[in-house]
Write a protein that binds this ligand. Sequence first.
Ligand SMILES: [Mn+2]
Length: 184
Amino acid sequence: MVLMDAGAEFHGYSGDVTRTWPVSGEFSPAQRDLYEAVMEVQEVVVRAVATQRPTLDQLFGLMCTSLGRVLQELCILPLSYSGGQLSRAAYQYCPHHVSHYLGMDVHDTAHVPRSQPLAPGTVITVEPGIYIRGDNRGAPTRYLGLGVRLEDDVLITEEGAEVLTQGCPKHPDEVEAVVGADFK
Ligand SMILES: [Mn+2]
């Protein structure tokens, strides 16, 4: 799979988008399972942004909880894990933050605390991922060596939130239609 994390500038403002796609032009079943799991976590986090005005740190906590649940569904983490143990184990599969502020710089700015509630007019990224090392001994072998991240840019509005990058293909069928075109 190819993971592309791309920054772009428009009228002085920055965007930051990540998409992951299969080199072959078609997701294998294991690739698609991981991809859909990341997409599900991203949807949970975006919904929280739109409905709860959380802080970035709270979004990170939500990502870890949500990742833990999907990793259990994929049989990557044991069903016996719960609570903090599950979140900490999930973080090992996505060892980066789920969000940062966007503005005139791609991280604009690191001086704004992640502990303050999101205010209308703020733009943030939402970028969960799952990365499974080739030497992982706990995960089913079908997932070894795979990594997926999805990153979209979200504007906080008075009413909720608007995903500014929704025009960029993301559903696995849409992605295959774009990257698989030369192979079919
Ligand atoms: Mn980013």
